[in-house]
Design a protein around this ligand. Structure first.
Ligand SMILES: Cc1ncc(COP(=O)(O)O)c(C=O)c1O
Length: 472
């Protein structure tokens, strides 16, 4: 998805690690990188990819907001990898917590209680809104969503799930069917009880709306009609990313999530908030749904940032009402690694660090004072930028050929020579960009400094200049 194919080492201006280069000359790190790449090409089967066309960047090390590639080149990480290193790379507190846990107790079966799992659950529940007091641990976001849907179906006794077209909910079978975006297409058997609808997205309004208020009202009227046409009594849940992430970082208009909550309540439908990407501080709140005041979902799924991605962990935060459904009947689901000790120790250290260092406040300030204004200024200078949208450390640039027609710079589900040139221009200047279709997402670690964020935005500007110059 994110094209990180990199230009060869050369006069590209990117900062290099001198120590590594000299080791490389002696056949050390660079040889390791070469071997890593050749073994990868021989034996690793990459996700979402045509295997013969994969050319991955070798990552040899990482620290803070930076990663180093196999050529010793230092890259400012504007991706947080797949939007998960919320504390940056190699945060010493999290690394030490994992090491300490490994020395004490690497693992224990989910049927036992461990200090790491209990404390991780307590800490997560202390930050989730409302009465989401119980945590079911999974190993990632997709299985968290699958279990949330299973819980909703069992709790309501209804089969269907509604979700939006512009969404991503994971790569496992049900999660990819709930997903709206093109990764669903080759996997969708249309037999999973999922119905898709349009969420609000004013820039490309499906409702011919001219302002956020109109978009909100019409998107809610549309959802209300879909519910009526599908039969309210057949719908277990509406699953929504509180702020859709990979599909374009569309912050919902004021009142939309409240309206969805009301529609759900009206019809006995559960609301599942997918906070896998937007949760754990990414948007300047612990969870993105908090931007919509007083909206509490029945189930909230998380992964990624809960451990800064250092050890895989996901989960479902469950309301008291849904949890009570399984007080006397067994919940028919589980995973060998549910609440794995190393992952939970990483979660505890991540959350404690976020609390102690006000990382969530830092993300909010970053958005308000640095990234938001920086990207807005960029948009004034670059006609390709059709819209800047986002919050906290969660931003997208919508790139268009023409601001009037809003024709995307790459087709939906595809790429274009311009987007490829742009990606390469960023990398050659020392910036790792997150690119999806016609969009550039700015999703750095929440701990990135203002100077680092500003220098990354300057690089985006230079790469945009270069790509536009090449194209015209
Ligand atoms: C919103 C959202 N939900 C679910 C997932 C799936 O998570 P995972 O890849 O950990 O299974 C993702 C992954 O990017 C996501 O962004």
């Amino acid at each position: 998805m994110t094209d990180t194919t990199i230009p060869p080492a050369g006069e590209d201006g990117a900062e290099r690690d001198q120590g590594r280069s000299s080791v490389a000359a002696e056949g050390g790190a660079s040889m390791d990188a070469d071997r890593a790449l050749s073994l990868d090409r021989e034996h690793v089967f990459h996700p979402w990819s045509a295997q013969a066309h994969v050319n991955p960047m070798v990552v040899t090390r990482a620290e803070g907001s930076y990663v180093w590639d196999g050529q010793g080149r230092r890259l400012l990480d504007f991706t947080s990898q797949l939007v998960y290193t919320n504390l940056g790379h190699q945060h010493p507190r999290v690394v030490q917590a994992i090491q300490r846990q490994a020395a004490t107790l690497c693992t224990a079966a989910p049927s036992h209680a461990t200090a790491a799992r209990s404390e991780a659950a307590r800490l997560i529940a202390s930050h989730t809104p409302g009465d989401l007091n119980r945590i079911f641990f999974t190993t990632a976001g997709a299985d968290a969503n699958e279990h949330a849907i299973r819980m909703a179906r069992l709790h309501t006794g209804r089969p269907k799930v509604l979700s939006t077209y512009r969404s991503y909910h994971g790569g496992t079978q049900l999660a990819v069917n709930v997903t709206g975006e093109p990764r669903r297409w080759p996997n969708d058997t249309a037999s999973s009880g999922v119905v898709h609808f349009f969420g609000p997205f004013l820039y490309r309004s499906h409702f011919h709306a001219s302002d956020e208020r109109e978009e909100c009202d019409r998107a809610l009227a549309h959802l209300s009609e879909v519910i009526a046409m599908e039969g309210p009594g057949t719908i277990a849940a509406v699953m929504l990313e509180s702020i859709p992430g990979t599909s374009g970082i569309m912050v919902p208009p004021e009142g939309y999530l409240r309206g969805v909550r009301e529609l759900c309540d009206q019809h006995g439908i559960l609301l599942i908030a997918d906070e896998v990407m937007a949760g754990f501080g990414r948007t300047g709140r612990w969870f993105a749904i908090e931007h919509a005041e007083d909206v509490v979902p029945d189930l909230l799924t998380f992964a990624k940032g809960v451990t800064s991605g250092y050890v895989p962990l996901g989960g479902v935060a469950i309301s008291d009402a849904v949890a009570s459904s399984f007080a006397d009947r067994p919940y028919p689901g589980g995973l060998t690694y549910s609440g794995h000790a190393l992952a939970c120790a990483a979660a505890v250290a991540t959350i404690e660090t976020m609390e102690d260092e006000d990382v969530v406040g830092q993300a909010a300030r970053l958005g308000e004072q640095v990234i938001g204004p920086g990207l807005a200024k960029l948009a004034e200078q670059h006609p390709w930028i059709g819209e800047v949208r986002g919050v906290g450390a969660f931003w997208a640039l919508e790139l268009v050929r023409d601001p009037q027609t809003r024709e995307p710079l790459a087709p939906y589900g595809g790429t274009s020579p311009e987007m490829t040139t742009l990606t390469r221009g960023c990398v050659s200047r020392g910036l790792l960009p997150f690119v999806n279709f016609n969009r550039l997402h700015v999703v750095p670690p929440l701990t990135i400094s203002a100077d680092e964020a500003s220098s990354g935005i300057s690089i985006l500007g230079e790469a945009l200049d270069e790509a536009r110059g090449t194209a015209t």
